[in-house]
Design a binder for this molecule. Structure first.
Ligand code: UN1
Length: 503
């Protein structure tokens, strides 16, 4: 039978990590069926310190390697990922509970960022700047930064690391990765895949990539160590509130990808066929466990009935079940705590006058230790406190508007600012939505949902989302330090701003 406990040992063997997954103290269970997958060995804070020291040594050697050559290592990583796509995608599905198509999609996202980073390795450009002084030239140079600490969440256990890793490595850094304690096997598999690439590359310094597994004390070791130049952390706003001031206290850099509370506005001219499909994927897909998941629907009162009744129909028919089986679209929540958080949010929404459709536990008989739910649609009288909070579960709150300005106000009136979208065929509305007076999010889309971004764009958001930008565009600059250079090729020494200092 294809249970997760049956499938996993051969995957761990394939990646050569079976030994690391035995005899440790961290119990890893699959959200698919609750079965134990491994007992992973963990690190202490002292181990983490030693690992950071090793990374620092690797950095000192790696920063001297020309960037295009560093790109070659990432090209090989992309190659290895292509070869292992099926196995790694399956492991991600087993460990996170996302459907296989999304597990594979996550690996594809890793391959895409490797391609992107390879190209970037020949494009780490600085500017040449006109100097006000005769016989002078100014320019900027981008240099490697140091050790990069990556703290990642369970829901994208491999892609978010790859966004950071591929860019950090072509930029000349060494990386220490602390994965979620819920998904250490996917992390160990990535490390094994990287090691294959490094062996083919030949001559890369040891310890360019290291994984530390452990609880918050290991995370704190990364956060507080001044040798870690950049801490890139993905997770809850609560976590970001801890991390940011601690890193700032030692003048380190942080790159934060925290909570989202993403809304879709549906206007009277919207193509409702597109809207239903876009919203169902973004709100119920990945069982509501993406930071870009659509959590709020702000619909014009004239189309509310039509849209919500179609969404309810689509939700009722959503195949919820074992994410490894074909045809299933919605897998389980990550664990029982997540289920409790969902039920508590639904209770609060009811107290606030909300009408809940769905949200109940499913498949309890078949999987007593797993938490499957029917994604919920909750029609709310107003945007109450529970709607303003991010609950990491498939709950879609529905609000209505009559005036477009109110729709934008509602959309922006939450503490988070990650992703947003509008379904409309009225160019005045769509352009206003994308303008400075429109969505206040880092991601604003038209006629597609809030989730499922490509790697080419910068990914991240404002306000409590933390302000970081990862992945595409010029996000590489996070992983480098900028030097401004002024070069005098004259025989004079004029001072800027006309200052005189004649000695
Ligand atoms: C996350 O949920 O942490 O845009 C990342 C998306 C994916 C990445 C999500 N490309 O939904």
């Amino acid at each position: 039978m294809n249970t997760t406990a049956n499938l996993t040992p051969s995957l761990l063997d394939q990646f050569g990590i079976a030994a690391a997954a035995r005899g440790g103290s961290l119990r890893v269970a699959s959200p698919v069926d609750g079965a134990e997958l491994a007992q992973v060995r963990t690190h202490s804070a002292a181990d983490a310190k030693a690992i950071i020291g090793n990374a620092q040594q690797a950095f000192l050697a790696w920063r001297a390697v020309p960037a295009p050559r560093r790109g070659e290592l990432i090209r090989l990583l992309g190659d290895e990922l292509r070869a292992e796509k099926q196995a790694l995608g399956q492991l991600v599905s087993i460990e996170t509970g996302k459907i296989l198509s999304e597990g594979l999609g996550e690996v594809q996202e890793m391959i895409d960022i490797c391609d992107f980073a390879l190209g970037l390795s020949r494009q780490l450009y600085g500017l040449t700047i006109a100097s006000e002084r005769p016989g002078h030239r100014m320019m900027e140079t981008w240099h490697p930064l140091g050790v990069v600490g990556v703290i990642s969440a369970f829901n994208f256990p491999v892609a978010v690391w790859a966004w950071n890793f591929a860019l950090a490595i072509v930029c000349g850094n060494a990386v220490v990765w602390k994965p979620s304690e819920k998904t250490p096997l996917s992390a160990l598999a990535c490390q094994a895949i990287f090691e294959k690439a490094a062996a083919r590359f030949g001559g890369a310094p040891a310890n360019l990539s290291q994984v530390v597994i452990g609880d918050h004390t290991v995370g704190e070791a990364l956060v507080d160590d001044e040798r870690v130049a950049l801490v890139s952390a993905t997770g809850s706003t609560r976590m970001g509130r801890e991390v940011a001031p601690r890193v700032a206290r030692r003048f380190g850099r942080s790159l934060l990808e925290l909570g989202g509370n993403n809304a879709v506005i549906v206007a009277p001219t919207a193509d409702l066929d597109l809207a239903v499909r876009g919203i169902a994927f973004a709100a119920a897909g990945t069982c509501g466990q993406r930071c870009t998941t659509t959590r709020r629907l702000i619909v014009h009162e004239s189309v509310k009935e039509a849209l919500v009744s179609r969404l309810k129909k689509a939700y009722a028919a959503l195949p919820v079940g074992n994410p490894l089986e074909s045809g299933v679209l919605v897998g389980p929540l990550i664990d029982g705590r997540s289920f409790e958080a969902m039920q508590s949010a639904l209770r609060k929404a009811r107290e606030d006058g909300g009408t809940v459709t769905g949200g109940e536990r499913l498949l309890q008989d078949k999987f007593p230790s797993a938490y499957y739910v029917r994604p919920a649609i909750v029609e709310m009288p107003s945007q109450t406190a529970v709607v303003c909070a991010e609950t990491f579960a498939p709950i879609l709150y529905v609000l209505t508007y009559s005036d477009f300005a109110d729709a934008i106000r509602l959309q922006n009136d939450v503490p988070q600012g990650l992703s947003s979208s509008i379904f409309s065929n009225d160019v005045r509305e769509t352009e206003l939505f994308l303008s400075a007076a429109g969505s206040d999010c880092g991601i604003a889309n038209v006629n597609i949902g809030t989730s499922g971004a490509e790697i080419g764009g910068a990914f991240g958001g404002e306000k409590e989302t933390g302000g970081g930008r990862e992945s595409g565009s010029d996000a590489w600059r996070n992983y480098m330090r900028r030097a401004t250079n002024t070069i005098n090729y004259s025989r004079e020494l004029p001072l800027a701003q006309g200052v005189r200092f004649d000695v």
